[in-house]
Every structure is written in C-alpha cells, then in structure tokens.
Design a protein around this ligand. Structure first.
Ligand SMILES: C[S@@+](CC[C@H](N)C(=O)[O-])C[C@H]1O[C@@H](n2cnc3c(N)ncnc32)[C@H](O)[C@@H]1O
Length: 375
C-alpha cells in the first residue's frame, strides 16, 4: 500500500518532518520536488487517506496509489519535443486506456477524475502560478470520453473545474515527469479541506487584471478555504494591508475595510468608498478604532510569534464582536514550521473553537491560519 501526496516545491523537507511527527508508521518511498510517496500499513483505508489530508499542513492532495505509467520507449530519431508530447489524439487515447485499465484492475468505481502535474516551481516564481494546463485539460476530456461507461455511472459533471462532491470517489492522475503518471484514488469525506474537491488541490482562481498585489490570490483562496461568511457591510480589519490585495478581496464581498499599514496603499483601494487607511504600525494605533470589527485578516512581514502577539491582543478583547481571523505566518526559515504545535497552543488559549492551519496553494513560504467561533 502506497500513499502519494503533493506539496509546494521547496516544502518537501519540512513536509517529511511533519509526516514523521504525525504518521510515524509511514515510510518514505519516492521523492521528487512537489511530490512524495509513502509506504503505509496495509490495513489503512480511504478514510485514513482523508485523515492524512486533513491533518497535514503541507499536503495539497493525498491519494491511495493504484499504479504507475512509465514513459514509452521511443526510437532514437524521435525528438525531445515529440517524446514529451501528449497532445496527439492517438497518444491521449492510448494513455486514457492504460489509466482506465489500472482503475478497473483495482475495481474502483469512479465519480470524478482529477488530472494534474507536480509544480515545476514555487508559486509566484518566474510568473508561475499553479493551475490546470491546457494539455492536461485535454487529457481530462479524453479520459471522460473513454471512460468504461457501465462502471462510470457516477459521473455527472465533465468540467474539470467542477468541484467533487461529498462522498464521491476521485481518480487522481498525476504527471510526475513527461510521460510518467501516478494513478491514485481519494474520496471526498466530511471535514476535508475544500482543496480536495479540485484537481491538484488548486481552486479555480485567476488573479484579475486589476488586482493590486499577488496577495489577492492567497486571500481569495484563504476566504474560500476558511468558508468565512464575510458579507456586505461587515467591518473588517486588514493588518499589513499595503498595497491592498487582501483588502480588495474583502471589498469585493461588500465589506467595509480598515487597512492598517505604515506603507502606501494603491490608489484603487485608497479611493474605494468602503476603505479607510490608517497609516501606522498596528501597535501604534488606538484600540477604540476596532470596536465594530467582525473579521480580521493579517499579512505582516514579521516572525510568526510577533504576528501572534499582535493578534492575541485583539482576539482576547471582549469589546470587539470578532467572528474570525485569517492570517499568514511567515516562515522566513522552513524550520519555523517545527514550532507549529507551540503556535497552535497559543491560538487555543485565545478561546477559538475552530483552528485550521494550511499551506495554501497560493501561499509562498508561509502558512495560512483561520480561526473562528469564540467560546
Ligand atoms: C506582504 S506585505 C502585505 C501585502 C498585503 N497584505 C496585500 O494584500 O497587498 C506586508 C506588509 O506588512 C506591513 N507591516 C509590517 N509590520 C507592520 C505592523 N507592525 N503593522 C502594520 N503593518 C505592518 C508592511 O509595511 C508591508 O506593507
């Protein structure tokens, strides 16, 4: 029994450390940037795979491995481009046949197909952002067209971006290198992060042309992941707001935003009628300003303990009608993540019932934390 799992490129070492701590019985088997496989005890089931995806901070996806497809041997004259080209109909059809043969051998009743590849780079580097490449969309389409119909009754939506639903079984097809695929399966169980409903754990989010910073992406993803019901008229505080991508996400939901930052805010945001800039460091502001705040987002480029100091002061006050907080913890060194149990311990003392930490797909070297429901 093998489990495969994908993560951010660069996070592999800290991810392995996390797995050794949470699942000491797992044995590393194969490791590539952004993709790891583990030998796991034979008695584990799909529910255990879901538990893994749920508890791991660094896992983007997790699936029980069903098999692997290796690149076909090509003759010496074939050029490199031809070798890696999966776009011809013939190649795609033959690949789809092999993938379905693996699913059938393992007697998997599939409701949904997720196709993705391990990332080539960390998000945001050299313009790279995770997402579904057109050639993989083609492979998805071919897989659906060539699905063994009687055993594939569950499929209702063929759009690769349509989210898998609760209790559905998802076939994972992961391109590791050109022509090399891992085939696996996971099921969408209650409590799993929303990421497990999408190919590669990537929510279909595209940064709009008018986004004022890349932070737009991570806060859009963060709000969808946390499920925070930020609605029209809600008062929000954005700490470390400049230039304003996070505030922009809140404003798009109709919220009224107080942005605290000593740095400049982009004019698009500054001139928005529902935005107010407090040009200062958070610790130098008057606390009376925050009396109506329901949601806090924070993205301060300081060490995690400092972010937690700032937020603790606000989270533990009884005169703020706070519903939840969504914030980044910057991992200036990956090893800072080893202190995660201590950080979570701190959060638990603030009285929130629901505490979640994840390295989201659009987070760079940082974690996203969502806390809500004060006791
Ligand atoms: C990564 S940037 C924030 C990006 C921003 N969230 C966005 O959505 O565009 C970090 C910001 O934290 C601000 N910052 C650092 N220390 C701060 C503090 N003590 N109080 C408020 N802002 C702070 C910096 O000025 C900087 O603009």
């Amino acid at each position: 029994m093998f489990l495969f799992t994908s993560c951010q490129v660069g996070a592999e070492t800290i991810f392995k450390t996390e797995i050794r701590r949470l699942f000491p019985e797992f044995r590393l088997s194969f490791s590539r940037p952004g993709f790891l496989t583990f030998k796991i005890p034979d008695h584990l089931t799909l529910d255990n795979i879901s538990d893994f995806a749920n508890r791991s901070v660094f896992a983007r996806t997790a699936a029980l491995s069903l098999g692997k497809i290796n690149p076909e041997k090509t003759n010496a004259e074939t050029t490199d481009t031809e070798k890696t080209n999966i776009e011809t109909t013939e190649t795609l059809t033959s690949l789809a046949g092999k993938i379905w043969a693996i699913a059938e051998t393992n007697r998997i009743f599939v409701n949904r197909v997720h196709v993705f590849r391990r990332d080539p780079l960390p998000p945001g580097e050299k313009g790279f952002e995770p997402g579904l490449a057109p050639e993989l969309q083609m492979l998805h389409k071919t897989l659906i067209e060539h699905s063994p119909k009687p055993k594939f009754l569950g499929i209702r939506h063929t759009d690769p971006n349509y989210p898998a639903q609760l209790n559905e079984t998802v076939l994972n097809v992961v391109e590791i290198d050109p022509g090399c695929y891992f085939i696996g399966v996971h099921s969408v169980s209650k409590g799993l992060p929303i990421q497990s409903c999408y190919s590669g754990g990537v929510l279909p989010i595209t940064i709009p042309d008018n986004a004022v910073s890349r932070a737009w992406l991570k806060f859009e993803e963060g709000l969808r992941w946390s499920g925070f019901p930020v609605t029209k008229g809600d008062y929000c505080l954005d700490i470390g707001a400049a230039p304003g991508g996070g505030s922009q996400v809140l404003l798009s939901r109709g919220a009224k935003v107080l942005g605290v930052d000593p740095a400049e805010i982009d004019p698009t945001i500054l001139n928005h009628p529902d935005f107010t800039h407090i040009r200062s460091r958070i610790n130098q502001t008057k606390r009376s300003l925050y009396r109506n705040i329901r949601w806090i987002i924070a993205d301060i480029n300081v060490a995690p303990n400092y972010t937690l100091d700032v937020l603790e002061e606000l989270a533990t006050r009884k005169d703020i009608p706070l519903c939840g907080m969504l914030f980044t913890l910057k991992l200036f060194h990956w090893s800072l993540a080893e202190h995660l149990p201590t950080y979570i311990d701190r959060l638990q003392h603030w009285g929130f019932k629901d505490i979640r930490v994840k390295q989201l797909v659009f987070n760079r070297q940082e974690l996203m934390v969502a806390v809500q429901h004060r006791r």
